[in-house]
Design a binder for this molecule. Sequence first.
Ligand code: ARG
Length: 403
Amino acid sequence: MPEKIILAYSGGLDTSVAIRWLKKDRGYDVIALTVDVGMDRSREELQSRALAAGAEKHVWRDAQETFIRYFAFAALSAGARYQGHYPLATALSRPLIARELVEAARTEGASAVAHGCTGKGNDQVRIDVSVHALAPDLKIVAPLREWEMDRESEMAYAHEHGIPVSVTKASPYSIDENLWGRSIETGVLEDPWLEPPADVYLWTKAPAEAPDEPRYIEIGFSQGVPVSLDGKPADAVSLIKGLNAIAGEHGIGRIDTVEDRLVGIKSREIYEAPAATVLLAAHEGLESLTLSKDQRRLKSRLAQEYAEIVYNGLWFSAHHQDVAAYIQSTQRHVTGDVRVKLHKGSAAVVGRRSPKSLYDFSLATYDKTDQFDRSAATGFIEIWGLPVRVQAQAQLLGGEQPQ
Ligand code: ARG
């Protein structure tokens, strides 16, 4: 009996060719697993492609809700953007896909799992590290890391073995997408000096072509998690889908950046993340009202740490659990509404309110209802400035004058 292998199957050329290669060159019975994290492909189409390529069976897992609730929203609570830009859509999906691979391997009695990641990217690291954290006994095969084929030879291989390749889906770019965002690489984008051509973008209008009239939306949060749109309660998946459409229409969420991969390469990346962009801004707007200065300061440092953890494939680590526990705890009063103005590529927070707000009008106001005790300010400044005065006298004023 041949051993069984579970292949993470997207339906593209790489993973279709991989089915045949794993079967023919490696002697596995291949079970193709598609983890749906919000992809624009039909189950029937993928199934027939997988079987035509030589899979024993095609398994489909709808993981959209899990992905948004436990992966994307965790990163939202953290305020995570890798290197200040990338909301981590692709990176967040990898540990979930790895977990599904492991589960399928257990259910099907497989001894190995496979994926279509190349040997130059971050995704291979994320999937391999995650699979082995959960199941150290499973063998991992990464056909694209092993075979010597370029895209042309892959096409020829597909042709030779009667593997259907949809020509219409052929794109000059390497694309990965899920509900949290779309990642686009390669082709002309490899020149970081060149502006991305218009055909790179699919989810977002060019800001210049977006409606002249701004649109205002209201997002309701409960303990850091978005729960309503324009006053109507919405489940996680419909909320993200709705926001992607609305914000995309207004040209929001285009990101053009050069990022540092874990494997040491700088790479030019384009992202489209309309919903993520709006939600990250809105969430931060609500935190400005509901978290203290100290909480905000530590949280913004941890946002970077969290982004590194996700980007670097360390989802199933104790370090992640510890950082996530702090972040989770900070969210207990992040409840309320945020008004966002969408206009020609910008998503500006223009209003925020919360039943747990720390904003006190009577303290902040300059009008006559002011309750702030100004007379106490002098004494406060006296003590606050004490160490600065002492040091200035002893060390700075005596010798060289400070510039
Ligand atoms: N650079 C991004 C990341 O490492 C996106 C990767 C996109 N993957 C792809 N197959 N196009 O998360």
